[in-house]
Design a protein around this ligand. Sequence first.
Ligand SMILES: NC(=O)c1ccc[n+]([C@@H]2O[C@H](COP(=O)([O-])OP(=O)(O)OC[C@H]3O[C@@H](n4cnc5c(N)ncnc54)[C@H](O)[C@@H]3O)[C@@H](O)[C@H]2O)c1
Length: 392
Amino acid sequence: MTAPLLSLTWTDHLTGHQGFLVVDRLVRGVASGGLRMRPGCTLEEVAGLARGMTMKEALHYDPDSRYIPLGGAKGGIDCDPRDPEAYPLLVRYLRAMRPYVENMWTTGEDLGLTQDLVDRAAAEAGLVSSIQAVYPLLDDETEARRRLRDAFAVEVDGIGLDELAGGCGVAEAALTALDRARVPYAGTRVAVQGLGTMGGATARFLARAGLTVVAVADIKGTIANPAGLDVEALLAARDAHGTVDRSALRPGDRELPGEAWLSADADILVPAAVPYAIDAGNQGRITARWVVEAANMPVHPEAEPLLAERGVTVLPDVVVNSGTNAWWWWTLFGDIGADPEEAFAHTRRSMRALVERMLVRAQADGTTPRAAAHAIVAERLPELADRFGWYR
Ligand SMILES: NC(=O)c1ccc[n+]([C@@H]2O[C@H](COP(=O)([O-])OP(=O)(O)OC[C@H]3O[C@@H](n4cnc5c(N)ncnc54)[C@H](O)[C@@H]3O)[C@@H](O)[C@H]2O)c1
């Protein structure tokens, strides 16, 4: 693996907390990737995520699209987001990163931060926007910014479009796998870990497609019902951190320990919460046929070959959860408008084509879907570099 273009460590002069920025690769002088805040965040973790962003961008390359992929980047701050020092620290971090945000790094929310918080801190740090580096690449900046602002204001049945686009893509990845295996949606059972932005939206789209969600886990534990959970009722009972108010449970719903979602009697598992939720130690308890990675790195690399040996297919994060990032750019570059039906249709079409390509390639090469996705990226990157260049 090639070294990242740029990787730096920032040390806060007041608290000693550290922050990181890794720009893995540039396309036309710009790289995209969110900013996370979590205790224990490291430069290595941020570098791995930046590399993942390079892949997510390259995988969505479509020569007929207005959106031309960017490079990949990621930011991270080693601090508990609930620490009273977290917000001023975020502002100081963004002040220090200002030259990069202004010129080459477009960023947004990731683990531990919301888009509102990133926007507020960016303004306080003197930035025009957290994605201003991409503005010089737009045909009509004013119109593009209006379109994105309008899209962020759209809600569908109580959930913002920006929080639904990613889960729409995750669900479509799962449905594509079912279609290829000729498994009907009705009667197919799903268990989801995490009912926040990604897990919540995925559960909604899969339930609406006719699948039965039999278990969901949040930070407080697993909620299960073999006959099917009322997904919309659980979504409506969430707090801002994606924790479900247990008073919303129905008589047949059961409360189980945190890891119970993993061994639920389900066909599809959707880990949508924490890294390495599935490892070599617990993978043996999985009876599902598919693991659909909504979170980043939820399956430990040591667990994946063990799952493959047992016939469990892992659909990889770089493909599965790439819908959120792509939706931002499809909207900003003008491939879609601020319209939910248009956004969902475009997301479904793109994700289905991508998952099909990956699964066909995996079958032809005799590899895992993840290896196939990496092979597709390896072919795309030189093409992107040749056509668009690293620098503007
Ligand atoms: N938000 C996005 O647009 C986006 C896009 C791509 C990838 N991701 C990735 O998806 C994952 C989830 O992100 P999110 O934005 O949905 O987070 P979130 O904060 O909105 O929700 C997290 C959910 O996970 C639950 N959770 C936390 N720890 C848990 C544990 N130990 N066991 C069970 N449940 C637990 C929380 O209760 C909550 O329901 C992360 O890996 C993130 O990097 C997010």
